[in-house]
Design a protein around this ligand. Structure first.
Ligand code: SF4
Length: 278
């Protein structure tokens, strides 16, 4: 897999995110393509990932880049992360034509209240619209969910599962929230008595998150007891694991990767081994 950064930064201000805000710097399409070509030639890479925080933040640039990728006719596929409010049908179609086979978007929460607290700047309706567009255009998509943020209740967490089955991404990821110094949620965590305010930068670099930021290792959230949260966490993770194991979904993922298997049959073999190990 080839990892490429085509831009850096994000203009949004989600309260949990440690990404540099406001200023976004972009590389030119020619510069990006020359890197892709170099990696392709030297390492025979067939699947690339744009690691940008919000790949489609600049619509005009995406169209320029995609047009150039189409003209280049490179035998590669690529994926990216973005936001549901930064997509439209025309853009998805040109991205697909330019080789995009996977898109990953943050859903974050099944609870509108928590989504709004996170200052994510998207609504469930926008997510529903994007889900329909992904299906219409035929691009494999992943939805990222997160649980364990301050102020979240058991009800909010269970909404993640309801919403997962409502929007039905082709693949789902559920993460447990980690606090990052400098974020709004970090400051909020201090006020709520979850975060250890005495943590210094050295701890941040040398310890695992659970050991450096929490006052109490087991205390993830201020509304749910540690025992209850541990139970909920394993229950929700198991549901998501089963959701992803569904044969139809695995088949869709394999279908999205068919060209990559065609370019390099070793990737197919690696994926079969991965599936069997589930
Ligand atoms: S979560 Fe995504 S959209 Fe929000 S600030 Fe971070 S990078 Fe930007």
């Amino acid at each position: 897999m080839g990892l490429v950064m085509s831009s850096r930064g994000c203009p949004y201000s989600c309260t949990f995110c440690a990404t540099n805000r406001n200023q976004v710097s972009f590389r030119s399409p020619d510069h990006i393509i020359s890197e892709i070509r170099f990696v392709k030639e030297h390492y025979k890479t067939t699947q690339f990932t744009f690691k940008d925080d919000s790949f489609t933040v600049n619509r005009k640039r995406i169209f320029e880049l995609c047009k150039k990728l189409i003209d280049e006719k490179l035998p590669i596929k690529w994926e990216c992360n973005t936001r549901v409010n930064l997509l439209d049908e025309q853009m998805l179609r040109i991205m697909k034509k330019a080789g995009c086979n996977f898109i990953k978007v943050g859903i974050e929460s099944g609870s509108e209240r928590i989504l709004s607290d996170m200052n994510k700047g998207i609504t469930h309706d926008q997510i529903r619209i994007a889900a329909k567009l992904f299906r219409k255009v035929g691009i494999h998509w992943t939805g990222y969910f997160m649980i364990g943020v301050p102020d979240e209740t058991e009800w909010d967490i269970r909404r993640a599962i309801d919403f997962l089955y409502e929007i039905e991404p082709d693949f789902a990821v559920i993460g447990i929230y980690d606090l990052f110094p400098g974020t709004v949620m970090w400051e909020d965590g201090i006020l709520r008595g979850i975060v250890n305010p005495n943590m210094d930068l050295e701890d941040f670099y040398t310890n695992l998150p659970n050991f450096y930021y929490k006052k109490d290792f087991n205390h993830q959230n201020d509304k749910i007891s540690p025992e209850k949260f541990a139970k909920l966490e394993s229950e929700v993770k198991e549901i998501v694991r089963n959701y992803n194991r569904n044969f139809f979904r695995v088949f869709k993922m394999a279908r999205a990767k068919l060209p990559v298997y065609w370019y390099d049959s070793k990737v197919l073999w690696d994926d079969v081994k991965k599936y069997l190990s589930y």
